[in-house]
Design a protein. Structure first.
Length: 276
């Protein structure tokens, strides 16, 4: 798996709010958001649940999940927005405590130091630290043996990442895993906040964006390499999602695009069999 599509930090900040009432209204992101409470008490609402988060609490919000924060008094946090492609399994929404050794806090402080100093190779070091951070978050997430659903999802994600350029029949994939497509889609969306077809289309777009920026391949070749049915389909999908053409994206050094959350209809249209 290429590091460029494994994980990426969108922002990483350390903030202290002194003696003031702070209200962050409901919002959502295309990336994961993690908040670590260092001091005080932060109140968080997600999916109709209310959480009272004290020091050493970790608040993990997956992509496209609405959430809100507020506090009645002083509090101090480290918060981070990051992308993660699910390589080692899904990170689930939850509020939980750091371990006794404060492993997550130590990693966050290391990342903050690199992120703020921006010395040579800081991005590479942050990337490696973030991988360790994600693995430790997964370890904290569930210290019990993985459920059968976890094993199924890990296999499905790995399969789609390895075969994103192929014509994957989701009905057959679900059947091979021992599920109906309806149930497979339900547990996939529950864990990743998007159906499997959308996840596959994300993988194709991620790879296409990397090829546009790092190779001289023409648009037709990139569309074939990424599993799109035609160059026309690839171009129209890219423009519909990002409001610019693939060529415009290739020629710009400053445009950075979020991978979008697609509708089922969009995914169905774009996941047609690749032309032979």
């Amino acid at each position: 798996m290429d590091d460029a599509v494994f994980t990426h930090i969108e922002f990483l900040k350390h903030r202290s709010y002194d003696n003031e009432k702070v209200v962050v209204p409901p919002h959502n992101h295309y990336f994961y958001e993690m908040t670590y409470v260092l001091d005080g008490c932060l109140y968080t609402d997600m999916n109709n649940k209310h959480y009272e988060c004290e020091p050493n609490s970790i608040i993990l919000v997956p992509p496209n999940v609405a959430h809100a924060h507020n506090s009645n008094d002083r509090y101090e946090v480290i918060y981070m927005g990051f992308y993660y492609n699910g390589l080692f399994g899904p990170l689930n929404q939850r509020v939980f405590k750091d371990d006794d050794e404060k492993t997550i806090l130590r990693l966050l402080r290391q990342m903050l130091e690199e992120y703020d100093n921006t010395e040579k190779y800081y991005e590479n070091i942050c990337g490696e630290l973030q991988k360790i951070f994600i693995l430790n978050m997964l370890r904290l997430q569930d210290n019990n043996r993985p459920s059968n659903n976890d094993a199924v999802l890990k296999y499905a994600v790995s399969y789609m990442q390895d075969h994103y350029y192929d014509d994957i029949d989701m009905q057959e994939l679900a059947k091979s895993l021992g599920y109906s497509y309806h149930h497979f889609r339900h547990i996939f969306k529950e864990n990743f906040n998007m159906p499997p077809k959308q996840f596959l289309l994300n993988q194709r777009m991620q790879y296409a964006m990397r090829l546009l920026r790092t190779t001289n391949k023409n648009i037709s070749e990139i569309s074939r390499n990424c599993g799109f049915s035609s160059a026309t389909r690839f171009i129209s999908s890219f423009k519909a999602l990002f409001n610019i053409s693939p060529t415009q994206y290739r020629n710009s050094d400053t445009i950075n695009l979020d991978i979008c959350i697609f509708s089922d209809d969009t995914a169905d249209a774009d996941l047609r069999p690749t032309a032979q």
